[in-house]
Write a protein that binds this ligand. Structure first.
Ligand code: F0G
Length: 468
């Protein structure tokens, strides 16, 4: 069956403001051509992120009413802890306000020592942390602690056109080589992102998770999964990996996490929550260290910066996301957009990933050199043409400067259209396809951009641009 069915019906709606092209031209100019700086009410279809943008279910809202707001030992924490431990299987679970808080705690811990006065001394210098691809906040948290974030995704994962069932896999030989070159003592932890957001929302196979785990174990390197989109990854394993066809999603999840020593999780993705996350692990000493860091900036160990009701929403969301009917709808509806793009000769990363469609802007706008940010140009054009907000994942997000101040571009110039969970219908999606077709007709006239102001970290959020 080509068609797919949303396994839910709509109970509450939110209206969308319709703007004209002229209005949008002025809105984006006032936002310094940075779509992060556009007030959201001026966006028609918001595909900026699938993070914190899900529609919650009636059961999640009901669970929120039942939230226990006690400071310590709230019932909501135990509900949350029970579901997290059933799916993820780790011994120790700490709630945090979102994924990057988990990252900050984890990397502050592994990239520091505590002196005799109880002070943290940063030890990041000379250390490196491998992953398939680090997400931008993960990378920033590592670099902020003085260490190097290294991407070891398989070569296929860097080529938009190559079809491979698990393009998010880490290259095991590159991992072994890195350990040999840098020394095990300089690699305090190894990460693996499932699904691999930066590389196109591409899944990682069970075999690869197992292999990375084995290499880490042999070298005494702790291994953590960045688990934001774990259920989508599990569904791909069920669909694509031999031996998993007849396993349930929860069985696949249990196995994935059994190979890791812990995970960081942003509940804003696969847990359908608007805020929240956690860090989980098996090692008691690490837990004690993380707990200290959590209390200093996030909150007490049974709420970690969340309200009780948030933890209940996450617990219920986690139960819902491992439903195979939902995952089938999710993965097939994202693929539907990708298929329509391909039918209209819009170059995208193939095969389509779990949470987003990624347009290959290098191919779509070949006349714009990377130093003029072709993916950013396309993001601006989608907004001006149709009020669609997408995000650049290219040289603005991941480009660097060499010692002479020249730009080192990113491997790929992508425009990510992230699909919020349970939010948009097929007609919204068809509108997006109409707009991209319009943009395509005029693509030769689209110009590049230059940066006029930028911060030191995570510049894509606040940098200001000018059209060339
Ligand atoms: N790891 C991955 C793979 C992510 O995609 C994100 C967030 C994070 C960590 C950080 O989580 O936002 O809760 O602090 N990704 C969002 C996105 C922002 O749009 O892809 P957070």
């Amino acid at each position: 069956m080509k068609s797919f069915l949303e396994p839910f019906r709509i109970k509450a709606v939110e209206s969308i403001k319709v703007t004209s092209r002229e209005e949008r031209e002025s809105i984006i100019k006032n936002a310094f051509y940075n779509t992060f700086l556009i007030p959201a009410e001026n966006v028609l279809i918001d595909l900026l992120t699938d993070s914190g943008t899900s529609a919650m279910s009636a059961k999640q809202w009901a669970a929120m009413m039942d939230g226990d707001e006690s400071y310590a030992g709230a019932r909501s924490f135990f509900n949350f802890e029970k579901v997290v431990s059933e799916i993820f299987g780790f011994k120790y679970i700490l709630p945090v306000h979102q994924g990057r808080a988990a990252e900050r705690i984890l990397f502050s811990m592994v990239l520091s020592n505590i002196d005799e006065n109880g002070r943290y001394i940063n030890t990041g210098e000379g250390k490196c942390i491998p992953s398939n691809n680090h997400f931008d906040t993960t990378r920033a948290n590592i670099e902020f602690n003085g260490a190097e974030a290294i991407d070891l995704v398989i070569e296929e994962g860097k080529k938009p056109d190559i079809i491979h069932p698990f393009k998010g896999n880490m290259d095991i030989s590159k991992l072994k080589k890195l350990i040999k070159e840098r020394g095990r003592e300089n690699i305090p932890i190894c990460m693996l992102t499932i699904t691999n957001n930066t590389g196109g929302g591409q899944p990682v196979s069970m075999e690869n998770i197992r292999d990375v785990s084995k290499v880490c174990k042999e070298n005494g390197i702790p291994f953590f999964l960045d688990a934001c989109r774990f259920a989508e990854n599990a569904y791909f394993i069920k669909m694509r990996e031999k031996g998993y066809e007849n396993k349930s999603i929860i069985e696949i999840c249990n196995e994935m996490f059994s190979y890791a020593d812990g995970c960081t999780m942003s509940a804003k993705k696969d847990a359908f929550a608007n805020i929240g996350g956690f860090i989980a692990m098996n090692d008691e000493n690490w837990y004690i260290n993380c707990r200290n860091l959590l209390i200093i900036t996030e909150g007490y160990i049974t709420y970690g910066g969340l309200a009780g009701r948030d933890m209940d929403a996450i617990a219920q969301g986690l139960r819902e996301v491992i439903d195979e009917n939902y995952l089938k709808y999710r993965i097939e509806s994202v693929k539907y957009i990708g298929d329509l793009f391909l039918e209209n000769d819009i170059p995208i990363i193939k095969p389509v990933g779990g949470h987003a469609v990624y347009i290959d802007a290098k191919t779509f706008l070949p006349h714009i050199p990377q130093v003029q940010f072709p993916a950013h140009s396309l993001v601006c054009e989608l907004y001006i043409e149709g009020g669609i907000r997408a995000v650049e994942i290219g040289s603005i997000m991941f480009g660097k400067y060499d010692s002479n101040g020249n730009m080192i571009p990113a491997d790929m110039e992508l425009v990510r259209l992230a699909i919020p969970r349970r939010v948009y219908t097929k007609s919204h999606i068809e509108y997006v396809v109409e707009i991209i077709k319009e943009v395509k007709k005029k693509r030769d006239k689209i110009k590049g951009y230059k940066i006029v102001e930028e911060p030191k970290f995570l510049r894509h959020f606040t940098a200001k641009f000018k059209p060339l």
